[in-house]
Design a binder for this molecule. Structure first.
Ligand code: ADP
Ligand code: MG
Length: 250
């Protein structure tokens, strides 16, 4: 489904990604871990199409197409979803309206009929229940006055509503209490399907306890320095990133 080859990227001449290689097959869940400032969010933003970065070399292929040549809207319509580490607040934009517009844009792109207000309400109520959100959120502005945990649940709600093929979740667990971490993990587990893939970015292994990642990668200094199975995350929790830094002589 998804393959990054030798990707490099910089901002204002400062190298941030130094040759990323990552292959994600249908149905897989990959976790990307790494210390602060290692380039995790940069990688997520580049997958989603944020135009802030200078892409050096390398390719990103999604379902046979070169993502780098597509604008962010096209990527989203084609089924790439990203959950933000710091979700934006959009005052004055009603959440129900926002979600309906987004869901219908995707449906239209796929040649499906658009949902009317009544159908949409039925549809979104089921999704709200999956992330234990109250219907009253629908009447509020997007993320306006939402707590940290509510914003992250709202990101998962969007993922469930938009039905993407590839979901990249950037620290959707950070700042959450234990119940909210479980709700988020549960949302991801419900989302998983043979024809969908997930990349979970995190710097704690806590959320991975509630998921079954197929692979765990460690990103340091803009490079994937180690890949393994779930036990790599546990080992990191035990020994810290400095252990790996010394082992890889970074
Ligand atoms: P992580 O998500 O792993 O904590 P980031 O991808 O956010 O790391 O950041 C990686 C590096 O890129 C950091 O050194 C950060 O300061 C730098 N960086 C990110 N965004 C910008 C920007 N807009 N301008 C300059 N430097 C940036
Ligand atoms: Mg980050």
């Amino acid at each position: 489904m998804f393959e990054i080859k030798n990707l490099t990227a910089s901002i204002e001449g400062k190298a941030i990604l130094n040759g990323i290689n990552l292959k994600v097959n249908d149905g897989e869940l990959h976790a990307i871990m790494g210390p602060n400032g290692s380039g995790k969010s940069t990688l997520a933003h580049i997958i989603a199409g944020r135009e802030l970065y200078d892409i050096g070399k390398g390719t990103i292929i999604f379902k046979g197409k070169n993502l780098i040549e597509m604008d962010p809207v096209e990527r989203a319509l084609e089924g790439v979803f990203m959950s933000y580490q710091y979700p934006a607040i959009i005052p004055g934009v009603n959440l129900a309206y926002f979600l309906k517009a987004a869901v219908n844009a995707v449906r239209k792109h796929r040649g499906e009929t658009e949902m009317d207000a009544v159908d949409f309400l039925d549809f979104i109520k089921q999704k709200l229940a999956e992330v234990k959100m109250d219907e009253s959120y629908l009447k509020r502005s997007v993320n306006d006055g939402f707590s940290g945990g509510e914003k992250k649940r709202n990101e998962i709600l969007q993922m469930l509503a938009l039905d993407p093929s590839l979901a990249v979740l950037d620290e959707t667990d950070s700042g959450l209490d234990i119940d909210a971490v479980k709700i988020v993990a549960n949302g991801v587990n419900k989302f998983r399907r043979e024809d969908r893939a997930v990349i979970v970015i995190t710097h704690y292994q806590r959320i991975l306890q509630y998921m079954s990642p197929d692979f765990v990668h460690v990103l340091m200094d803009g490079r994937i320095v180690r890949s393994g199975k779930k036990n790599l995350a546990e080992e990191l929790e035990d020994k810290g990133y400095n252990w790996l830094r010394e082992k890889e002589s970074l």
